[in-house]
Design a protein around this ligand. Structure first.
Ligand code: SAH
Length: 244
């Protein structure tokens, strides 16, 4: 029948869009990584759930598509947006073998947008989103992208800044950025966006190099214009500067 890949926002709950809520209400089976299912299952009591641990992405997507092929209306739940490091692409790939299954993607608020709103307004100009996870991307390619984004003075938003198996990735990334950016560049981190215990911090690029971050953190690195204004991280678009 149908698989809908649903982005539920950084924290679920109030961050669910109307379309996401409707898709989750309508579906007959919720599929997703345990943490994401936990974010939303309270809002949809009694809904059958198929949840699996991390790194079981292919199994999970296959199970979702197979349930749809067997006639069910299935929702695959992703945190944030379903297409930003989410399951949307993999579902399309797996569903190729099942032409009878219809696939739909419902977008959500990605961590970059959710975290930006907590910090202030850091993404008001051109920005690049880079994941520091080298599970599926060679580290050399990540380094090239970091270097390119720094050279072009993009505001940079880092996903997957660390995990147990790669605790020093943020430090290594900052060392690359520091070759092209001032150590005083305004940066921010936000942990558990939209969830209980949400925490935000504004700090310099030099301090970010030694900051403790984990897989529930999104990192923001300003461009040359980004400033700290009354405890908020703000990248001017340039309206006021134009008037001077
Ligand atoms: N599809 C998701 C991203 C999944 S990749 C989205 O669009 O947001 C996982 C990474 O996203 C995490 O390591 C973290 O960097 C970021 N992230 C996702 N949810 C988050 C949250 N609630 N708070 C902080 N960072 C989050």
């Amino acid at each position: 029948m149908k698989v809908t890949v649903v982005g539920v926002g950084p924290g679920g709950g109030a961050d669910l869009t109307g379309r996401a809520r409707a898709a989750l209400e309508e579906c007959e089976l919720l599929v997703g990584y345990t943490i994401y299912i936990d974010l939303i299952s309270g809002d949809f009591p009694g809904k059958p759930v198929l949840s699996t641990g991390m790194r079981r992405e292919v199994d999970r997507c296959r199970a979702a598509v197979e349930a749809a092929a067997a006639g069910k209306n299935v929702a695959v739940v992703c945190s944030g947006d379903s297409g930003v490091y989410g399951m949307a692409g993999l579902i399309y790939e797996v569903a190729q073998e099942y032409p009878e299954v219809e696939v739909q993607v419902v977008p959500g608020i990605t961590a970059a947008c959710g975290g930006a709103a907590v910090l202030g307004a850091p993404l008001t100009h051109d920005f690049a989103v880079i994941s520091l996870s080298d599970l599926l991307t060679p580290w050399e390619k990540i380094e090239t992208r970091l270097e390119g984004a720094a050279l072009a003075d993009f505001v940079i938003c880092l996903y997957n800044p660390a995990s147990h198996s790669r605790p020093d990735h943020l430090k290594r990334a900052c060392d690359i950025l520091l070759r092209h950016k001032s150590p005083d560049t305004v940066c921010g981190t936000v942990r558990s966006i939209g969830r209980e215990g949400e925490q935000a911090r504004i700090l310099t690029l030099q301090a970010l190099r030694d900051a403790q971050v984990d897989m529930f953190t999104t990192v923001f690195i300003g461009n040359a214009q980004t400033k700290a204004l009354n405890g908020k991280m703000v990248t001017p678009r340039g309206y006021l500067q134009r008037e001077r």
